[in-house]
Ligand binder design. Structure first.
Ligand SMILES: *Cc1c(COP(=O)(O)O)cnc(C)c1O
Length: 219
């Protein structure tokens, strides 16, 4: 089923949009099935789970950390992680830079902007995001590249609300990209809303359950 699901989703995604297959909570066998169908980019939301999967699976997989990341967990993924989608503080940026330097690599990151109505979501408001981008200390972080923004829409069936939130982030993205042209990636859209996200300008979607099936537990 995984192969068919992947093909189905890929057929709906333009070639400029990167598909991140969100494999959190799913076993290695499922990831291998997707891998054998050609998928190379996978997303996990827990550092140690991602580390274990990285060790067990083919080394040409590109691993993305998509969930909230605590500073003390960065060390587990710094040797291999390709992109961290969920950066929301200077302290976290500093720790990622430090661990990347120790590993003699550069880690790409996205800044997570809060666009949902719910209080529970992580991410910064746009003002805080701008302050972070303009923070003088950032220039000294030689081992990270801030390459874009990420947002999660509200958990709602109201698709006009979801569309509004994506539109809001795209507008902000276009505005800050003028001063920060290194921002190229706009990560928005999950199983329930990736088509809307792409219509609203997303170029990276994070799709889990539509590929791997429902998760037995949510995080
Ligand atoms: C779990 C998760 C996804 C994927 O969710 P699905 O609805 O299963 O596609 C995408 N982004 C983040 C940040 C997640 O935690």
């Amino acid at each position: 089923m995984i192969k068919e699901n992947l093909q189905h989703i890929k057929a709906q995604i333009p070639s400029n949009v990167t598909l991140v297959a969100v494999s959190k909570t799913k076993p290695k066998e499922d990831i291998l099935e997707a891998y054998q169908a050609g998928q190379r980019v996978f997303g996990e939301n827990k550092a140690q789970e991602m580390q274990a999967k990285h060790e067990a699976l083919p080394k040409d997989i590109e691993w993305h950390l998509i969930g909230h990341l605590q500073s003390n967990k960065v060390k587990y993924i710094a040797p291999f992680v390709k992109l961290i989608h969920s950066v929301d503080s200077l302290a976290l940026l500093k720790e990622i830079n430090h661990r990347a330097e120790q590993n003699k690599r550069t880690i790409d990151v996205l800044l997570q902007v809060k666009i949902a109505q719910e209080e529970s979501k992580f991410g910064m408001d746009t003002q805080t995001c701008l302050e972070l981008l303009n923070h003088p200390e950032i220039k000294s972080f030689k081992n990270i590249s801030i390459i874009g923004l990420m947002g999660m829409s509200s958990l709602t069936d109201d698709m006009s609300q979801v569309r509004k939130e994506f539109k809001f982030l795209k507008t902000f993205f276009d505005k800050v990209s003028i001063d920060f042209p290194q921002l190229k990636v706009l990560s928005m859209g999950m199983s329930g809303d990736y088509k809307i996200a792409i219509e609203e300008g997303s170029n990276m979607v994070r799709v889990g359950s539509s590929i791997f099936g429902e998760r037995n537990y949510t995080i």
